[in-house]
Design a protein around this ligand. Structure first.
Ligand code: SAH
Ligand code: SF4
Length: 398
């Protein structure tokens, strides 16, 4: 019998169904089946990247070193960005050598790097077991800053009809080292070490968990990685600079809000359950009303920190004025903005992007109801780096 979850066969939970702890436990247990291999090299050395401070302390204690080494190592790894123990000048040579015998400071390998005509850069990262995922850096076009779009899984269990990643089955979850590693390796590519501190401008200034995969189906690893990224003595990106995008894994939204407090983006894409069932099959399990309730409960959603609703504009499918009016009715009372994403085609896709007119009409209705409604400019389309175009050749091992 296969242990793999069915890709589309969801049953709808009743609107009154309690989103119990048991459901969260079930999601986490399923997610654990797809965990990455342990982060140890063939020669037995352990990768220090991706360990929490507590885990790093255990490794250091196990080799008989004092606790203050943890702080030093953290600084070198995440603030200075070094990958070689010999560069750690505050650590004496003999200890550098001992560390190097037992540990490494790893990075995913960039198998390919492509830069778009608009400067967007796409990395295909290869991990230790040969699996691959894509990461995209999207520079701001007017200021020295930009977003790093990070993948959370190789492939995706969900199969949203308009998404290229959705045509690739879930291969496995990415581990904390691989998630933080995407950011660190992207930063290597721009030479942005040591980590700029506080409000100093940064080229890699925000993280969006909008690459391949559903981050809330890999919650533990994503959460651990984000805690590392947010640690003020290292990379030090605040939770306000991190946005997690979900297709609507309702039971995990509460936990992400309470524990991480990052910005939330919700992939809505339709205002009626029958259409959303088709476009985002997860809707059969967590329908629109339940999803919006979870948004209303989301801690930290205020006017200053609004929830982003993502809405991919598909010509003749979900882009009518009536749908725009229904959208503002549905989200009334939620501190929110609506990002309209013109559909990005990919090889074999069957939708068309909405016309410019349809986009503007839709946006105007949403704006007049009091919600910001920017139309997202597609970036990196020439290198298939835009939203929903990511996919790799990685396949699940039989
Ligand atoms: N799994 C998460 C995060 C990754 S997808 C989620 O679904 O939210 C990031 C965003 O890109 C989502 O809003 C997704 O719906 C959107 N997207 C997917 N395919 C797209 C396409 N072909 N064109 C435009 N946006 C797309
Ligand atoms: Fe997965 Fe998000 Fe793509 Fe849907 S849109 S298939 S959830 S990556």
């Amino acid at each position: 019998m296969s242990v793999l979850p069915p890709r589309v066969a969801f049953s709808r939970t009743s609107a009154s169904a309690e989103l119990t702890e048991a459901e969260r436990t079930r999601i986490l247990a399923k997610s654990a089946l797809f965990n990455p291999p342990p982060h140890v090299l063939a020669d037995g050395r352990r990768d220090l990247v991706g360990l929490s401070r507590e885990e790093l302390a255990e490794e250091i204690a196990a080799i008989g070193e004092k606790a203050f080494r943890v702080k030093q190592l953290w600084h070198w790894i995440y603030h200075q960005g070094v990958t070689d123990f010999a560069a750690m000048s505050s650590i004496a040579r003999p200890l550098q050598a001992r560390l190097a015998e037992r540990f490494v400071i790893g990075r995913p390998v960039a198998a390919t790097v492509q830069t778009s005509t608009d400067e967007t850069r796409k990395f295909l990262f290869r991990f230790r077991d040969g699996q691959e995922a894509e990461t995209v850096y999207i520079p701001d076009q007017s200021q020295d800053r930009g977003a790093v779009c990070i993948s959370s899984q190789v492939g995706c269990t969900l199969s949203c009809r308009f998404c290229h990643t959705g045509t690739q089955t879930l291969v496995r979850n990415l581990g904390p080292a691989e998630i933080v590693g995407q950011f660190m390796a992207a930063r290597d590519s721009y030479n942005e070490w040591p980590s700029p501190q506080g409000e100093t401008p940064r080229l890699l200034s925000t993280i969006v968990l909008m690459g391949m995969g559903e981050p809330l189906y890999n919650y533990e690893n994503v959460a651990k990685a984000m805690r590392i990224v947010m640690d003020g003595e290292g990379i030090g990106l605040s939770r306000r600079r991190i946005t997690l995008s979900t297709s609507g894994v309702v039971p995990m939204m509460d936990r992400a809000g309470a524990e991480l407090g990052v910005n939330l983006a919700v992939s809505l894409h339709a205002v009626r359950d029958d259409l959303r069932d088709e476009l985002v099959p997860l809707n059969r399990k967590y329908p629109i009303a339940e999803l919006l309730d979870a948004c209303r409960r989301y801690p930290g959603a205020t006017n200053a920190r609004r929830i982003t609703f993502e809405y991919v504009m598909l010509r003749g499918v979900n882009d009518s004025e009536a749908e725009a009016r229904e959208l503002v009715r549905l989200i009334a009372g939620i501190p929110a903005k609506v990002n309209l994403i013109p559909f990005n085609p990919w090889p074999g896709s069957s939708y068309e992007a909405s016309s410019g007119n349809a986009l503007h009409r839709f946006s105007k209705i949403v704006m007049e109801a009091g919600f910001a409604s920017p139309i997202r400019t597609p970036r990196g389309q020439d290198i298939l780096a835009a939203c929903g175009q990511l996919r790799t050749e990685s396949q699940r091992r039989k």
